[in-house]
Structures are given as structure tokens and as C-alpha cells.
Design a protein around this ligand. Structure first.
Ligand code: ZN
Length: 179
């Protein structure tokens, strides 16, 4: 996982819980300095350890940490890389461009970013189903990112997740209903 993700997780903990909590997490749970370079790759286990530590030190369930982080992450990534959202005029266009446009741009920016893959179906004009696949199984983070995108585009949605890799499915189904 790229350092930029670690950097934004650190920003979230410091913004929501303060510097002391972040320092406690690093001192008590992590055996490194907690200095992550945005473009560098770090082992996924390190991110998972950090998410567990954040969960423990904030009394939030892992699922809640991932969902909150996904939403926060969208805002920060959009601010850092406005070019990624400038091309899409509305939420649906944006969501549909993640795999073919945005991830292509991310690959130009970072070496081997190990991105999840998305495929899509549109069973009706107000529903977009996003099929998420990644060996990391961070579908809850993807859910948070979708919610972050919805609030960025000020578009109310109903999000459901009827099929999940955590229940043995080969891909997760994230169904976005535009209200
Ligand atoms: Zn899932």
C-alpha cells in the first residue's frame, strides 16, 4: 500500500483524536518511526496493523474505522489530486471512470500501486452496481470512498453490499442507488 494512504490515515487520527493519540499508536503498536513517504510502497500488513491500532485506541470497530477512513480519504485525495475528479461532471460518471480513467492516472503517478479492479453493471437508470475485486478485500474502504464521492458531488445515494468477498464470493457487489 502506498505511503500516501498512511499519510492520510495519520491526518485523520490527528484531526479527529489529536496528536497524542497518534503518538500513542506509533509508540505502543508500531515498530517504526511512523514516517511514510507518499510514493513509496509499504507492506499491506503494516496498514492493517495500523487500522487495528486505530480501532483499539479510538474504541471504534475495524469496520467503522475503514468506513470513516474511506470517506475522509476521498476528500483528501480529491484535494491533493483535483485532476482525478475534474473530468467527471457528476457522481455516476465519476464512479464509472474509476477503473478506466482514474486508476490509469494513478498508475502514471505511482509505480505498482496495486489497485483494486472494478467492473460495472447498470440494471436500471438509477442504479449502478460496482463489482469490487482486490486480494486486500478492503471493500469497506471502497464503501467509504463511494460515500465520500457522493458527498463531494452532493448527490444522495443508498449504498448496499449484498455480495461480499468476506463471505466467500469472488467479488463484492456494491450497489449504488441514486436518490
Ligand atoms: Zn465486500
Amino acid at each position: 500500500m502506498k505511503g500516501v494512504i498512511f499519510n492520510i490515515l495519520e491526518e485523520m487520527v490527528i484531526e479527529h483524536k489529536g496528536m497524542a493519540v497518534w503518538n500513542d499508536i506509533l509508540n505502543q503498536e508500531m515498530n517504526d518511526e511512523g514516517v511514510y513517504t507518499a510514493g513509496e510502497s509499504y507492506p499491506d500488513e503494516k496498514l492493517f496493523a495500523l487500522v487495528h491500532a486505530v480501532s483499539k485506541h479510538t474504541n471504534l470497530a475495524i469496520e467503522e474505522v475503514l468506513a470513516t477512513f474511506g470517506e475522509f480519504l476521498f476528500g483528501k485525495l480529491a484535494a491533493r489530486y483535483p485532476v482525478f475528479i475534474e473530468g467527471a461532471a457528476d457522481l455516476k460518471t465519476f464512479l464509472k471512470s474509476i477503473d478506466s480513467v482514474i486508476h490509469v492516472e494513478v498508475k502514471k503517478l505511482y509505480n505498482n500501486p496495486n489497485l483494486p479492479s472494478f467492473t460495472y453493471s447498470e440494471p436500471s437508470s438509477d442504479v449502478l452496481v460496482m463489482y469490487y475485486h482486490s486480494p486486500r478485500k478492503l471493500c469497506l474502504l471502497a464503501e467509504g470512498l463511494i460515500r465520500g464521492a457522493a458527498s463531494h458531488y452532493e448527490t444522495p445515494i443508498q449504498l448496499s453490499h449484498p455480495v461480499c468477498m468476506h463471505q466467500g464470493a469472488p467479488k463484492c457487489e456494491l450497489s449504488v442507488r441514486f436518490l
